[in-house]
Ligand binder design. Structure first.
Ligand SMILES: Cc1ncc(COP(=O)(O)O)c(C=O)c1O
Length: 394
């Protein structure tokens, strides 16, 4: 047997791909898979999108890296596109979701420090959350399966039940600095924060002088049919939002969006990144933003997402009530709820050449490219129907 030299931290599936095209992935022998994972919400414009390929290759021929010691062409225009279309006053670029979370936690605490409230540093988080794998991220999530073997965790994070405003209220004291939640929990099972809960958080933050930090690493960048998922609640005033995944369209890129008062406290020397905001990342982000900031593209995401959920209800849940019980999500962030275990169903779908990914204990997560069309929805429904019809024969 061949020696495995890669650190085995993933439960890797024995399947690999040679190339991708739009919503499809191809193995070396040409077998085609319909990709409803997008590399877990990353390749938002599909695989090998011509505009992304040409932006990246053109930039690669000019300049890859020069450091934030110098002005990086593209950073200002990408940041301006984001600030023109969001609550944000400033944007910090990094390379991943966890790095955006780290930067956000630092900014949250720094705001109170700068304003003379050094003890106001406690962050309330929620159970079942996922913010990445760095120490701050696993400490914020507080999940024992992620912390196992890595204790002590970092101080200053407390977890309460998600979507429960009383639980948050009970935890707040004079040292509470802010609240960190995913606007829609991804890994935890595609669970949106209720609109009322978000409005209440807004009121509490105002009343108690807290900052609101939303993790939109998975649900941001057009995934829900809005550029940011927080936009679904008009009155909501975030102070900090982290994005990553989709913003690079497949290139490693993350960003932290900050409002005016928080951004003022992040002064030169307070944070940084060698690779963050490099010319290659900026070239692809510019292309992604040309899509995900356009209302007709967002409209398309809402339309296709709605129809995907409706067809899942009509053609799958109604036909297989013993296997799946419901569907949830927003836009093209969709969770099909399995009655028991999701793993066998995901495997059966993969046998029909449809790729999905699990979330929580019993959710089949679907994060297709945002360029998905109705014909692909029909193709997926056919594959799921076939897959589930095999359930008792396997
Ligand atoms: C909501 C959320 N936050 C943070 C992260 C961490 O992102 P990364 O893996 O790029 O560090 C993820 C990754 O899945 C995520 O879904």
């Amino acid at each position: 047997m061949m020696k495995n030299s890669t650190l085995q931290v993933y439960n890797t599936i024995d399947l690999s791909f040679d190339h991708g095209d739009g919503v499809y992935l191809y193995t070396e022998d040409g077998t085609r898979y319909l990709d409803f994972t997008s590399g877990i919400g990353v390749t938002c414009l599909g695989h090998s999108h011509p505009a992304l390929v040409s932006a990246l290759t053109e930039q690669a021929g000019k300049l890859w890296h020069c450091s934030n010691l110098f002005k990086i062409k593209g950073q200002e225009s990408v940041a301006k596109k984001i600030t023109d279309h969001s609550f944000a006053e400033k944007v910090f670029f990094c390379n991943s979701g966890a790095e955006a979370i780290e930067a956000g936690i630092k900014a949250l605490r720094r705001y109170f420090y700068t304003n003379g409230k050094k003890k106001k540093n406690k962050i309330i988080c929620v159970k079942n959350a996922f913010h990445g794998r760095t120490y701050a991220a696993i400490s914020a999530s507080g999940q024992s399966r992620m912390l196992e073997g890595f204790l002590p965790a970092l101080n200053g994070f407390e977890q309460v039940e998600f979507n429960n405003i009383d639980a948050i209220n009970k935890k707040i004291d004079h040292n509470t600095a802010g609240i960190l939640i995913e606007t829609i929990q991804g890994e935890g099972g595609i669970t949106p924060a209720n609109k009322k809960y978000l409005r209440d958080l807004n009121d509490i933050a105002k009343e108690k002088d807290l900052l609101l930090f939303f993790d939109e690493v998975q649900c941001g960048v057009g995934r829900t049919g809005k550029f940011l998922a927080v936009e679904w609640v008009k009155s909501l005033k975030p102070n900090i939002v982290s994005i990553a995944k989709g913003i690079g369209g497949g290139f490693p890129l993350g960003a932290l969006l900050l409002d005016k008062k928080v951004s003022k406290t992040m002064t030169p020397g307070s944070h940084g990144s060698t690779f963050g905001g490099n010319p290659l990342g900026m070239a692809v982000a510019d292309v992604v933003l040309n899509y995900v900031l356009k209302e007709d593209f967002l409209d398309h995401i809402r339309y296709v997402g709605y129809n995907l959920r409706e067809k899942l209800k009509e053609k799958i849940i109604a036909k297989y009530p013993d296997l799946v019980t419901g569907v949830r999500g927003v836009g093209l962030m969709v969770g099909l709820v399995a009655k028991e275990n999701n793993e066998k169903l995901i495997r059966l779908m993969r046998k029909q050449r449809l790729l999905t990914v699990k979330a929580g204990m019993n959710v089949i997560r679907m994060l297709p490219p945002l360029t998905l069309e109705m014909k692909h929805v029909d193709e997926a429904i056919e594959k799921i129907d076939k897959a589930f019809s095999e359930f008792n024969h396997e």
